[in-house]
Design a binder for this molecule. Structure first.
Ligand SMILES: Nc1nc2c(c(=O)[nH]1)N[C@H]1C(S)=C(S)[C@@H](COP(=O)(O)O)O[C@H]1N2
Ligand SMILES: [Mo]
Length: 397
């Protein structure tokens, strides 16, 4: 691992914004306040959630950094950052969302295992870098190959961080070769985030960004890319980030029965209100985000202020002032949309948001029916309850 070093403790962590809500300190896992998410379409780097499984790697000498491309290829190579920067550069605006987003709400049904997250374990950034499909061409694997001449079917990304789940070994994950070689899948080796050099927390000097699938496959601090015959056997592919039915518990779990989760289902959340917040009766704006996986756009966001009896359709946008049109060439297909609706609020209302994607997929009404022991993919209708300002004031007297 030339150039890239993995500290064994947390004494060399980078500075972070003080308003992040820390869900776990070591490894550092934090999300912004939900209200910060909807201030802009592009999430500022310091407000972007940070999801780690070990101490943040560090580079002492960027000149000596190399990423190796190896495995089932005729001619393995090693690329420096200069080599990567010489390839055509793409900017892709994509939302990265942790599969554990909204886990805390799922654990209220029944306890789940994992870091607790509110609704802000996601962010939308413009990632700049080389396409993985171009990099694979350098080792002779051409466009739209799903089985390489040497029998490779998956592309494994390995980092250098030390994760306790891997017994001190590095984080790794794989994606199918067909996705990796497809230029339209926009899989990037990113060295920039929002126009700046990507920082340590988010993968400096080089990370993978796989748009449209759970964040866990977008490996940070890239050390090697291997063409392999079977999918990656690492912990985070085989014993984590799998979606089990509600009947499976820690006594009867059989990890081999499920495939590693890839695609993200349709999701949305209200960010302008915390649950049980105090609001004055009258008109308020209800704002949030909606996003789906697989490059599917958002068809609709429905909002109710009476616990689901009646619904209003929210206004959707990506660029401010321009209404979002799903599947329009001017829309960012891998990115979230922000939504907004104005409504009259009655005392003690239950406000709900639910989104529909362009494949007409809908969110489940209740979290109970999608409960799973690892607490992933809570995409149930997002509900916030509000309390009436006058009643709260009264009860405080
Ligand atoms: N090397 C490495 N890559 C990683 C992780 C990690 O712990 N180590 N966490 C993954 C998970 S679970 C998520 S959700 C995203 C989070 O990316 P971010 O911290 O840039 O938001 O990175 C993924 N890539
Ligand atoms: Mo994640």
């Amino acid at each position: 691992m030339p150039g890239l070093r993995a500290p064994s403790d947390y004494s060399e962590e980078p500075p972070r914004h003080p308003s992040l809500k820390i869900n776990a300190k070591e490894p550092f896992n934090a999300e912004p306040p939900r209200s910060a998410l909807i201030l802009s379409y592009i999430t500022p780097v310091d407000m972007f959630y940070k999801r780690n499984h070990g101490p943040i790697p560090i580079i002492d000498d960027i000149e000596s950094y190399r990423v190796s491309i190896n495995g089932l290829v005729e001619n393995p190579i090693q690329l420096s950052m200069d080599d990567i920067r010489k390839l055509p550069k793409y900017n892709v605006t994509a939302t990265l969302q942790c599969a554990g987003n909204r886990r805390t709400a799922m654990s209220k049904t029944r306890t789940v295992k994992g870091v607790g997250w509110d609704v802000a374990a996601l962010g939308n950034a413009t990632w700049g870098g080389a396409k993985l499909s171009d990099v694979l061409e350098l080792v002779g694997i051409c466009e739209l190959t799903s089985v390489s001449s040497l029998g490779g079917k998956h592309v494994e990304f390995t980092s250098v961080d030390r994760c306790k789940e891997e017994n001190g070994g590095p984080y790794k994950a794989s994606i199918p070769l067909g996705r990796a070689t497809n230029p339209d899948a926009d899989v990037l080796l990113a060295y920039e985030m929002n126009g700046e050099v990507i920082n340590r927390d988010h993968g400096y000097p080089l990370r993978v960004v796989v748009p449209g699938i759970i964040g866990a496959r977008s490996v940070k601090w890239l050390d090697s890319i291997s063409i392999i015959a079977e999918e990656c056997q690492g912990f985070f592919m085989q014993r984590d980030y799998k979606m089990f039915p509600p009947s499976v518990n820690w006594e009867n779990i059989n990890w081999a029965t499920r495939r590693p989760q890839m695609d993200f289902p349709v999701q949305c959340a209200i960010c302008s209100l915390e649950d049980m917040s105090v609001v004055k009766q009258g008109k308020i704006s209800i704002c949030g985000y909606a996003v789906s996986g697989g490059g599917r756009g958002i068809e609709r966001v429905d909002v109710s202020v009476d616990g689901g009896k009646t619904w209003m359709e929210a206004y959707k946008y990506q660029k401010s002032g321009v209404p979002y049109v799903p599947e329009d060439t001017s829309s960012d297909k891998w990115a979230w949309v922000l939504f907004k609706v104005e409504a009259d609020i009655l005392p003690n209302a239950e406000i709900i948001a639910k989104a529909v994607d362009t494949a007409a997929n809908v969110q489940p009404e209740n979290v109970d029916v999608i409960w799973n022991l690892r607490g992933i993919l809570n995409t149930s209708w997002h509900r916030v309850h509000v309390r009436d300002a006058s009643q709260v004031a009264h009860s405080n007297l």
